[in-house]
Design a protein around this ligand. Structure first.
Ligand code: HEC
Length: 205
């Protein structure tokens, strides 16, 4: 009987220790790391709606949102911003980190490209602004119309593309998506950026 009690007590201690190490400690560590930093504004309502469109259209399959440390990749030289820190994602649920980089990292696209007109034209057809682009066009976020009403946001198209037969106006989905892109801006300063040493790394592309 005493022996059985001893075994139960030992098992309970092991379980308790395991729970502390793999449940409680990581939770405490993550809680501190994922607090929203002072410089980070929460997303606006409109941007949150745009974020849903970003998710539903699968932008994450070609775009990451995680500028990396210089020892891993020259993302800073590419103009994609400082390496991201956990707090940058405080308002991101679910996060859109992404693993593919068919297109550029978008974590700081709002700081890099703040023009609503540019984004609308690019989403309507990326080839208008980047002739070599392999990004899909999203014409269904827009309406081709003969009548532009007051309050409509008209997409700026070059003469040769829009021969005056129809005008293109942005649907709310397009405007929301662009608002989300503009609010993707993590250029606020952070106190500490953890650095990592990767032996022999040349910085993969
Ligand atoms: C099939 C891959 C692919 C998908 C899906 C895709 N993109 Fe792109 N994207 C690219 C490529 C390639 C570029 C670079 C060429 C260009 O600017 O069009 C790019 C560029 C961009 C840029 C400009 C980045 C910069 O640094 O100038 C933005 C903004 C952008 N994409 C937003 C989006 C959004 C929003 C979606 C989802 C609605 C999306 N992309 C879906 C491939 C993709």
């Amino acid at each position: 009987m005493t022996r059985a009690l001893g075994i139960i007590a030992a098992a309970a201690m092991i379980l308790l220790f395991a729970a502390l190490m793999i449940v409680v400690m990581p939770a405490v560590q993550l809680q501190a790391a994922s607090q929203a930093p002072e410089g980070l504004e929460p997303y606006s309502e409109q941007a949150l709606r745009g974020r849903q469109t970003y998710i539903s259209l699968g932008c994450v399959y070609c775009h990451s949102q995680q500028p990396r440390d210089p020892s891993i990749a020259p993302d800073g030289l590419r103009g994609w911003g400082r390496p991201s820190v956990p707090g940058d994602y405080a308002y991101d649920a679910p996060h859109q980190l992404g693993t593919m980089r068919t297109g550029p990292d978008l974590m700081n696209i709002g700081a890099r490209q703040p023009s609503v007109d540019w984004h609308l034209t690019h989403l309507y057809n990326p080839r208008i602004v980047m002739p070599w682009s392999t990004m899909p066009a999203y014409p269904f976020l827009f309406e081709e119309t003969d009548v532009v009403l007051d309050g409509d946001t008209q997409v700026k198209l070059p003469e040769e593309i829009s021969p005056g037969v129809f005008d293109v106006v942005a649907k709310p989905e397009a405007l929301n998506l662009v608002q989300y892109l503009l609010e993707l801006d993590r250029s606020y300063p952070v106190d500490e950026i953890p650095t990592i040493e990767v032996a022999g790394s040349q910085g993969e592309p």
